[in-house]
Design a binder for this molecule. Structure first.
Ligand SMILES: Cc1cc2nc3c(=O)[nH]c(=O)nc-3n(C[C@H](O)[C@H](O)[C@H](O)COP(=O)(O)OP(=O)(O)OC[C@H]3O[C@@H](n4cnc5c(N)ncnc54)[C@H](O)[C@@H]3O)c2cc1C
Length: 390
């Protein structure tokens, strides 16, 4: 019997493993993930602010996968592609006939000095909890330190994760002020972005709404401000130094470092895949989710999202089944259902492509993140159903 090994239990890997079972793959299916749980990465900013607990966004993998899938909890250190083996940190290497590489995203520093050391990234449950603890400890410390930098928070970047973090933060702030008895007028929240626009992937009016919402809640936004260095308590740009003892680093993401270490011809740890999502070097290896780059109609790769990861997983599973049956694979095609950026639990902006093109802002947009994710990520169903076998 052939063996299919799926790496990573994020949206892409879990969904691919599930779909292989649903499509009745005549093969052994092995899923490898470093934790024994899956996390909903689209809600990590809420854990980082402290409005959600890890329990709210995590699921034990063994509870949500089919018994037909063998689960190995271990860390992939390298893919030995010439010998078709996955090298693991704590156990023996696992060989494969087909591989689904869905190892996901990591924080990108763009080589900026101090970013890795002093910037608090939000890329998994562990980093989100570190960011939360740092925020709370630093605000709490003000009572004894009287250091105003303990009351200053800088968010680097103004893409989705940064803006969603800020929206959630300003929502929680009144509670934090009360809890730690903080002087409200001394709190400063800065958002620093190199580009000229906040939320550049959204319509101008929607981006402007998000900017005005955050400004009305006390956030100072600085666009066209290139960050050159981070220190323990400052963000340095070309012409100014911004001081804060909490620095959130949400400037961008890249694919897993395992990509470079495994010798893929990658850019920022993402592999430009064939139209059927296979690797240019091996037709039996499929690379999906945030470790892949899939050219869209314009020739430029689609943005990496949970939504496209799920669509890729379905397509890769179908193509593996086709190969097992000796049939031709199909090209991947994708239509985004839209984009939603939350601004806390009861506000947001959204551009939707479902039954027409819709631009939504304010309270009406709030539930849409959930609905779009329900449509795309959760498939109008609850999470366990999405992952269960038909
Ligand atoms: C705050 C935030 C909000 C977001 N909101 C949205 C949204 O609203 N809509 C949307 O579509 N997208 C959203 N995204 C983007 C989306 O989360 C990602 O595109 C998506 O998670 C990619 O899925 P993935 O399965 O490729 O990777 P990941 O989610 O990164 O999953 C990879 C999995 O592999 C595991 N893994 C990693 N390395 C190893 C290793 N070496 N060995 C073993 N296991 C390993 C990880 O633990 C993880 O379980 C958001 C992202 C963030 C950070």
């Amino acid at each position: 019997m052939k063996r299919i090994v799926v790496l990573g239990a994020g949206y892409a890997g879990l969904r691919a493993a599930k779909e292989l079972v649903n499509l009745k793959a005549e093969a052994e299916i092995i899923l490898i993930n470093k934790n024994d749980y899956h996390y909903e990465s689209t809600q990590l900013h809420e854990v980082a602010v402290g409005t959600k607990n890890p329990n709210d966004i995590t699921f034990k993998i063994r509870d949500i996968i089919s018994p037909k899938i063998k689960f190995i909890q271990d860390e992939v250190t390298k893919i030995d592609r010439s010998h078709k083996k996955v090298v693991l940190k704590n156990s023996e290497a696992v060989s494969y006939d087909f591989l689904v590489n869905a190892l996901g995203f990591e924080s990108e520093t763009f080589g900026i000095k101090g970013a890795e050391e002093f910037g608090l990234a939000i890329v998994d449950v562990k980093s989100a909890l570190i960011a939360k603890k740092h925020l709370e400890d630093t605000l709490a410390r003000y009572a004894s330190s009287q250091d105003e930098n303990d009351l200053h928070i800088i968010v680097c970047g103004a893409g989705f994760t940064s803006i969603e973090y800020l929206g959630e933060l300003v929502h929680r702030l009144p509670e934090l002020i009360k809890r730690f008895d903080l002087p409200k007028d001394k709190i400063k929240i800065y958002c620093i972005e190199a580009g000229s626009k906040v939320l550049p992937m959204l319509d101008d009016h929607l981006a402007e709404y998000a900017v005005n919402y955050l400004k009305s809640h006390g956030v100072e936004l600085y666009t066209a401000t290139k960050i050159t260095e981070l220190t323990k308590n400052s963000v340095i740009s070309d012409d100014k130094v911004y001081e804060a003892n909490t620095i959130i680093w949400t400037v961008g993401v890249k694919g897993s470092h395992v990509m470079a270490e495994s010798g893929y011809d990658q850019k920022r740890n993402r592999l430009l895949v064939n139209t059927d999502l296979s690797s240019p070097d091996d037709p039996n290896e499929f690379v999906i989710g945030d470790v892949s780059a899939v050219p869209g109609p314009s020739g430029r790769p689609y943005p990496t999202t949970g939504q496209i990861s799920i669509a890729q997983a379905d397509a890769a599973a179908e193509n593996i089944i086709a190969k097992l049956k000796g049939q031709a694979t199909k090209s991947f095609s994708y239509k985004s259902l839209g984009t939603v950026c939350s601004l806390g639990p009861s506000n947001g902006v959204a551009e939707l492509s479902m039954m027409g093109h819709w631009k939504v802002k304010g309270h009406l947009a709030a539930p849409l993140k959930r609905i779009v994710n329900d449509r795309s990520v959760l498939e109008l169903s609850n999470f366990t159903t999405m992952l269960s076998s038909k």
